[in-house]
Write a protein that binds this ligand. Structure first.
Ligand SMILES: [Zn+2]
Length: 415
């Protein structure tokens, strides 16, 4: 009897206090070349990758790829990282993260757009508190500040409120860095703003990626910014006035400077197919990054909404977010999973290249060496999916080896 008691205690303690090594395998068509592969996961990391002759489950028809990494997420599913309408909370950040997992996004940079100093500080503090939130499994490696150091002119500032736009200020930015817990990974600025070139050099020296965006800089200034460390153009083709000089405008020098990568919004609304083809043709899969630039209106039902400023906007059933009164775009409502399919469609690029632009490249640029590829030792941030007509059909999402999303099998589509 006593032995039985000890045995039961041992079994219980083994279960409770010594969790079994979390080890399992996933199979799918490699996103690189479509051949069947088996990925072994142990303790949240990829431990082995091998090619196989055939799947254990013959009905398997899914691709496997590293989770998507979105470096420009303004909000999602009703939560905004920037606006004052509604306090940003830790639960709100969790809600965004879970909604993005459903779209195959396993890492993202919450992006704060131009706003008052107080609001930026407050929201950065809230966000800094989520970095180590175990519920997020490390899905937020850091943040992107888009503004407030951008061009205040209409057309270039886009939807950024003019009253909060200001010149680059290192002291002020230090306060943002501190509020963020040192986790600002990227800042988008206009290089023609007074002091922006020095600011660029200092940020680069601190390991922060400087991006050029919402600007009207001439060639000389763009080239200087790149010489000072600027690495990428933010959403090229957007954040630019509609009426520009056909010769002297910010597009040509950014396309012509080989030192600049570009990020593009591939939601089917922000750029024409021919713009995407030209941009991609020049920069190639090596220097192109897909971003969503999604707002809090993404993942909400189609309909009319009021912005925090009280302006009426409409989310159409096609996923376009617009001001009906002016018929202009109000940001994006689609995750980058849609961009992966859209860029394949309009450029004819491979799935491997599309995933590279939506995962590997942002991981490289933002110093996230532990993700963005399927290799032993990397985080087991993995997605299993099929390719739908205009979006990836995500079947399962794993973050750090944990299943965080599984599509309803009855409702999911299979080829
Ligand atoms: Zn922007």
């Amino acid at each position: 009897m006593r032995n039985l008691y000890i045995f039961i205690c041992m079994v219980l303690s083994a279960n409770i206090f010594q969790p079994a090594t979390a080890q399992f395998q996933l199979e799918g068509y490699s996103y690189i070349d479509g051949s069947p592969v088996r990925v072994e996961i142990r303790d949240g990391k990829i431990s082995a990758v091998e090619r196989i002759e055939k799947f254990t489950d013959e009905t398997n028809r899914q691709f496997i790829a590293p989770g998507l990494i979105d470096s420009q997420v303004n909000g999602f599913a009703g939560v905004s990282f920037s606006f004052a309408g509604g306090e940003l909370t830790r639960e709100g950040v969790r809600k965004v993260t879970r909604a993005l997992w459903e779209k195959g996004v396993t890492s993202y940079l919450p992006t704060l757009t131009t706003n008052s100093h107080e609001l930026l500080i407050r929201n950065l503090e809230v966000l800094a508190g989520t970095i180590d939130d175990e519920a997020l499994l490390g899905s937020i490696p850091g943040f992107h500040m888009e503004g407030p150091y951008i061009n205040p002119e209409d057309g270039y500032r886009g939807a950024h409120p003019r009253q909060h736009i200001r010149k680059p200020d290192r002291e002020e930015f230090m306060a943002y860095r501190q509020a963020s817990g040192g986790r600002i990974l990227a800042v988008t600025l206009a290089p023609e703003m007074e002091g922006a070139l020095d600011f660029t050099r200092h940020c680069t020296a601190e390991g922060i990626v400087v991006a050029l965006g919402h600007h009207n800089a001439p060639t000389r200034v763009i080239d200087q910014a790149v010489a000072n460390g600027a690495k990428i153009s933010t959403h090229l083709g957007n954040g630019c006035a509609n009426m520009i000089n056909r010769h002297v405008n910010p597009l040509w020098p950014q396309l012509a400077n080989d030192g600049l990568s570009i990020s593009i919004i591939c939601d089917g609304f922000h750029l024409l197919p021919e713009e995407i083809r030209v941009f991609y043709g020049i920069k190639g899969p090596e220097r192109t990054i897909l971003i969503s630039d999604v707002t809090s209106y993404a993942a909400l039902p189609p309909g009319e909404y009021l912005t925090p400023d009280g302006e009426a906007i409409e989310l159409t059933s096609e996923g376009m977010l617009r001001y009906p009164a002016q018929n202009v775009l109000y940001g994006s409502a689609s995750a980058i999973s849609k961009g992966v399919v859209h860029i394949m469609k309009v450029t004819g690029c491979s799935l491997a290249d599309a995933i590279r632009m939506a995962s590997t490249n942002p991981a490289d640029l933002y110093g996230l060496g532990d993700r963005g590829v399927i290799e032993p030792g990397k985080r087991a941030d993995l997605i299993l999916f099929t390719i739908g007509n205009d979006d990836l059909e995500i079947q399962r999402t794993y973050v750090r080896g944990k299943l965080v999303y599984e599509a309803d099998r009855t409702g999911s589509k299979h080829p």
